[in-house]
Design a protein around this ligand. Sequence first.
Ligand code: ADP
Ligand code: MG
Length: 351
Amino acid sequence: MTDPNGGSLRQKSVGKYAYLAGVCILFLMIAAGLKMWTDPGNRLLRRNKEPLVQSGFLFDTVISVSLYDNQKQEILDGAFALCRRYEDICSPSRRDSELFRMNHRGAGVTVWKTDSELPDIVRLGLEYSEKTDGAFDLTVQPLSELWDFRSGKAQVPEEAKIREAVKKIDYRRVSVEQGCIRFQDDQTQIDIGAVAKGFIADRIKEYLLSQGVGSAIINLGGNVLCVGEKPGGEAFQIAIRKPERESSEVVKRLSVRDQSVVTSGIYERCFDLNGVHYHHILDPKTGMPYQNGLSSVTIVGPSSGICDALSTSCFSLGEEKGMKLLDGTDGYYGYMIRLDGSIRASAGAPE
Ligand code: ADP
Ligand code: MG
């Protein structure tokens, strides 16, 4: 049988199928394009996009991790899980933290065995206690726990208590071996507040690198560690703030690639009473905050742990000795800001 209209009918349906196929292909192309654009791992297309950021409150401060070349939320989740693990080890106030349990180890107990990184953090602190001859002293805890710079109450501890605490400070009563911290007595207590955030930032960086991240900023309450550079090849810009409470005025901008920027200052954990400014970097000899004409010390260099240790150490040593320590540390430079606002750069500083 021959359908007189058969030919044109077939032509019509072929045309309709070709049209439908065309629409389908176009749709698939748009969908593929969209997927590529939103693909969390697509670095090429994400180059100039906003970073993926997660913030939180840990280590008694506001922290954030920003990924510039990767949009995988699970990497940020992993970084924050790591932070929570370090909080379990390092919190000075949580009674269940490893640090608290070690500091309250009980009568007669002089050895603390552990498979955590606590001995590594203590080793870093002891190294700088030695380098500063005790101006920075990792065993300052009995003294630092007397001072309250957090609640907003302006109160100087009783003199007798300060004298008692000062007697308990001496970093030479502590030593570290593999997996073990040894004390000469059961009274000596450790304060890792001056080094822990830097140490932890270095560990977060290692984790990010292991996940394939090559461009990121880790900010643990102003303790900043840059991973690589911006995806376009530019340096990260890190600002040094004017060392005054609640000031957002910038005194210096630093161009930083794969380096850490850490500041120790007198303007965040502090109070004023009867015309005296009291702050959280304490002189282990007098028990009082250092009054040495410095307002802040900023250190730049590859290891955030060393920057953190150096910033508090150089502050504790004061301008001349502090600069000497910094100038003698290869690969690190920095700036001291005096109370009158003038700035002194170390020998290795750019410009
Ligand atoms: P931040 O904690 O604001 O980052 P730092 O790194 O300078 O600032 O550390 C200050 C902390 O170091 C204090 O809060 C205290 O826990 C501890 N600390 C205070 N004085 C000394 C000192 N002389 N030696 C070692 N640690 C100190
Ligand atoms: Mg420090």
